[in-house]
Design a protein around this ligand. Structure first.
Ligand SMILES: [Zn+2]
Length: 266
């Protein structure tokens, strides 16, 4: 078992977001863009369009929440080598803490998955790994790769391959994802080297699918080919995401499949 500690549950809060007023309030060197970057969960509130004073009052009232979001929005930059040196150290990001050995293991598993990438058209090989838990609380890591298709639209990403592998085995509470990617040997060396230096982030469709099964919060770990790691959380990558709760469903409780299993045993 890995030690995964959740320090606070995700807060779903609606509030007014006025970048210029926030900048005024939090002054200093932070640009509006930085604030936008750091405050992912705020909703723009059109009612306050013509009442900036009221908006500011609301913002001041919500100052503690703003500070919470400023904290939530941060990301950690780590290095694979240093994680291996500190296997039992907990690395905290946006309310979830993962052990160094877990982060390294997920990156290793994502790389193993990348080795099986089927990408004869894009030549872009992606690997993903998820730490997921099942109903009994058992944890397991599932890896995946992108699987392209001659009918391009039938292609599936590595993150979703790993997701569907996990869900189809009864593991649907996801604590952490790792994603790696890069071009294969069939493209120019310059292009290959360039992507080695970049983080590969999950596409929008994968973020949406990940959102369906995330534990709250769920870490997302992106690793460069050069070993640097960028760790954040899914609620930051998909702010205000549309999920089961929007339909009034607590998906974690869905037991249709389990009920069928039990019925068949009788
Ligand atoms: Zn994707």
């Amino acid at each position: 078992m890995y030690n995964v500690r959740t320090e606070h549950e995700r807060k779903t809060v609606r509030m007014i977001f006025y970048p210029s007023l926030l900048t005024k309030q939090f002054g200093n060197a932070e640009s509006q863009q930085t604030l936008l970057f750091k405050v992912p969960k705020m909703d723009h509130h059109p009612e306050h369009k013509d009442a900036p004073e009221q908006a500011l009052a609301d913002i001041l009232a919500a100052k503690d929440l703003i500070e919470l979001f400023l904290k939530m929005g941060k990301a950690q930059e780590l290095n694979l080598a240093s994680l291996r040196d500190r296997p039992n150290t907990l690395f905290e990001i946006n309310g979830i803490s993962l052990e160094g050995k877990l982060i390294a293991h997920l990156v290793d598993e994502a790389r193993r998955g990348q080795g099986y990438a089927y990408a004869p058209y894009s030549h872009f090989n992606v690997g993903a790994a998820i730490l997921a838990a099942n109903r009994a609380g058992e944890q397991k890591v599932f890896s995946g790769c992108n699987v392209e298709n001659a009918a391009y639209g039938s292609t599936i990403c590595a993150e979703r391959t790993a997701t569907f592998k996990a869900v189809s085995e009864g593991f649907r509470k996801f604590h952490a994802y790792a994603v790696v990617g890069g071009f294969d040997q069939h493209v120019s060396k310059a292009l290959r080297t360039n992507t080695q230096k970049s983080y590969i982030t999950p596409c929008g469709s994968c973020r949406q699918v990940m959102n369906e099964f995330e534990a709250s919060p769920c870490a997302v770990i992106m690793a460069k080919g050069t070993g640097e790691i960028y760790m954040t959380t899914l609620n930051y990558l998909l702010p205000s995401g549309f999920g089961p709760r929007a339909l009034g469903v607590d998906a974690a409780d869905y037991d249709g499949g389990y009920a069928n299993q039990l019925a068949q045993k009788k």
